[in-house]
Design a protein around this ligand. Structure first.
Ligand code: T5A
Length: 204
């Protein structure tokens, strides 16, 4: 595959959506072909699963069912949207991917990262992002930012603060183990400062 697959990760309200939009605009303005997408979602089937996962009570799903749903949405997304765009040589920018399942379901919900990795390998083999940007922020600040957003996709925001702390530690731990793929950015800065830090990574 000739394109580049870049994922954005981080806790609630860390600014992923804001920054991925800014990066897409910057790349498009510079004449690069991009596909901007998100998880859960990104395909018709994935968007239907998104509604099941992100709305309703915090304890609505057993962690195993929840993980299977996230991975089912991901398979649809990768096979119908992401791989074809990479084959066309595009830059794919994705708001959350496998690392969110590793951290949210694997660590914070206690399923274990190996469980999530095995399910991923079984369904998508060794397909992986080329780069993953982790926007790191104190969850107290991130969750209060996220709560200012409107809409009903609030199921994960309603988790306890301890859950969000584990999410943050989980992302940072992944970055320590594989510094080749992950880049951590301090997200507790202005929009412009974070955006500049993102562009510097790719020498843009
Ligand atoms: N999930 C997802 C799993 O559990 N497992 C998985 O496998 C996957 C894929 C997704 C939820 O699903 C869970 C994780 C999530 O809980 P979502 O709606 O996509 O749900 O939620 P988030 O990805 O967390 O999206 P948020 O909107 O909550 O956060 P973002 O995208 O990080 O933040 P953003 O850009 O929307 O910004 C939030 C607010 O902060 C402001 C923005 O203007 C906005 O109002 N803001 C800033 N304010 C000050 N300074 C800055 N630097 C700012 N940057 C943004």
């Amino acid at each position: 595959m000739s394109g580049t697959f870049i994922t954005f990760e981080g806790g609630e309200g860390s600014g992923k959506t804001t920054q991925i939009n800014l990066l897409e605009k910057y790349l498009c303005d510079s004449g690069r072909k991009c596909l901007l997408t998100r998880e859960p979602g990104g395909s018709a089937g994935g968007d239907a699963i998104r509604q099941l996962l992100l709305t309703g009570a915090a304890d609505k799903w057993h962690p195993v069912s929840e993980t299977l749903l996230f991975q089912a949405a991901r398979v649809e997304h990768v096979e119908t949207l992401i791989k074809p765009a990479l084959a066309r040589g595009e830059i794919v920018l994705c708001d959350r991917f496998l690392d969110s399942t590793l951290v949210y379901q694997g660590i914070s919900k206690g399923l274990g990262m190996e469980y999530v990795r095995q399910l991923y390998r079984l369904t998508l083999g060794n397909f992986m992002p080329d780069f993953t940007i982790i926007l790191d922020i104190d969850p107290q600040i991130g969750v209060s930012r996220a709560k200012r957003r409107s809409g009903n996709e609030t199921r994960f925001e309603h988790m306890e603060m301890e859950f969000h702390r584990k999410v943050r530690e989980g992302f940072l731990a992944l970055a320590v183990v594989n510094p080749g793929r992950y880049i951590v950015i301090n997200a507790n800065q202005s929009l412009e400062e974070v955006s500049l830090a993102v562009r510097r990574i790719f020498a843009l």
